[in-house]
Design a protein around this ligand. Structure first.
Ligand code: SF4
Length: 373
């Protein structure tokens, strides 16, 4: 019985030329994420899914770790086509190793023997056909870190765009200039998970803070629609000073970038901190507003965070979108994406009309089963 690593070794393509550079001693530098690994012949990168063989960088191709249909609110995008169905796929592996990961079965599949997630054979055409069949409006690379499998995401996104769909990444934001330039022509939406504002915390998770900040600044400059999430973990990143610096940074890039602060629940290997309470989320939201952020949301605690699930006009406070968890109970933006009360343009990517939700809870695509490798 081949191991997961042996199965995946057979499912590769050559890396995009934009994302590699030969360096000294026969090594190849990979630019698909902020680690910029210098990889010698026969070795793998930190992510464990990109490897050098016969002088070529091989990258994941031709499979998915899983597919699910999510309300776009779950990604979460609150300012991008509310109510849309997001056809979501992931591959395997990650460039970080967060002990509280909520997608660890796919993200840590090659690091942790308990994380078993059999890959499924897939093609861009079959995935996009399935997304269209289900009336999805967006195709999203998520569940593992999409940057480390950018070539495969771009292949699917080209197909998706040609079929009239939008595309998005749900990512830790550990990018490089080269990979952002590479994906830019093919991507509409990008969610960055800003986990902390302390470089030491990032190093505990296997990364660094600066590449994440670079990604946020660059995506905003590039005009990609960006929303930011912070999972609030008691004792890890919920200090008032850290939250002031974190939200102040986002506001310095743009006060109109939506910030979602979400509740931690005990998971994977991090079971020491207490679960985040709605009061902690509301305190963090107060700090964010004091920092100047205009669109602040609290997640994972439906109905328990006051007005923090709703969207209000940043100019006149008219209630524009009412939510309960992922469910949209009222939608009042105009066809032009403006406030019906004062006419202010609301930042985001809006449809001309709200057509209701196909689903406000995730579901599996079901009828068209993909073959297990
Ligand atoms: S994607 Fe990141 S971790 Fe993986 S090989 Fe490239 S630079 Fe290294």
């Amino acid at each position: 019985m081949p191991t997961l690593a042996q199965v995946l070794e057979q499912r590769t393509a050559d890396a995009a030329p934009e994302l590699v550079e030969p360096i000294d001693r026969g090594r190849i530098r990979c630019y698909s994420c902020g680690h910029e690994c210098p990889i010698p012949e026969g070795a793998v990168g930190v992510c464990k899914v990109r490897f050098v063989r016969d002088g070529t960088l091989h990258v994941p191709w031709g499979y998915v770790g899983g597919v699910q249909c999510d309300p776009i609110e779950k990604k979460p995008f609150f300012h991008a086509h509310p109510g849309a169905l997001a056809y979501s796929f992931g591959m395997l592996g990650c460039d970080l190793h967060c002990s509280y990961c909520q997608n660890w079965v796919t993200s840590q599949a090659l690091r942790d023997p308990r994380a078993v997630s059999p890959p499924l054979e897939a093609s861009p055409q079959a995935l996009v056909k399935d997304a269209k069949r289900l009336d999805a409006r967006v195709v999203v690379s998520t569940y593992n870190e999409p940057l480390i499998t950018s070539e495969w995401a771009v292949a699917i996104f080209k197909e998706a765009r040609a079929a009239g769909l939008m595309t998005g990444f749900v990512s830790n934001g550990n990018a490089t200039r080269r990979v952002l330039d590479y994906i830019r022509p093919h991507i509409d939406l990008y969610k960055v998970d800003l986990k902390s504002f302390d470089d030491n915390h990032y190093r505990q998770l296997g990364g660094r803070l600066e590449p994440i900040l670079f990604t946020i600044r660059t995506l905003h400059e590039m005009g990609v629609w960006l929303e930011i999430v912070t999972l609030l973990i008691p004792g890890f990143n919920n200090g008032a000073d850290e939250l002031k610096r974190l939200t102040g940074f986002i506001a310095s890039v743009s006060p109109f970038i939506p910030w979602h602060v979400t509740a931690f629940h005990k998971d994977y290997r991090m079971s020491d901190p207490e679960n985040t309470t709605p009061e902690m989320l509301m305190e963090a939201a107060d700090i964010a507003r004091a920092s100047g952020l205009r669109y602040v949301y609290a997640g994972n605690t439906p109905g328990r965070v006051g007005d923090l699930e709703n969207t209000r006009c940043h100019n006149c406070s008219t209630l524009l979108i009412e939510r309960y968890g992922y469910f949209i109970s009222a939608y009042r933006l105009t066809a032009e994406g403006t406030c019906p009360g004062c006419g202010t343009a609301i930042p985001g990517r809006w449809s001309r009309q709200f057509d209701g939700q196909i689903a406000s809870t995730p579901f599996l695509p079901g009828t068209r089963r993909l073959r297990t490798l």
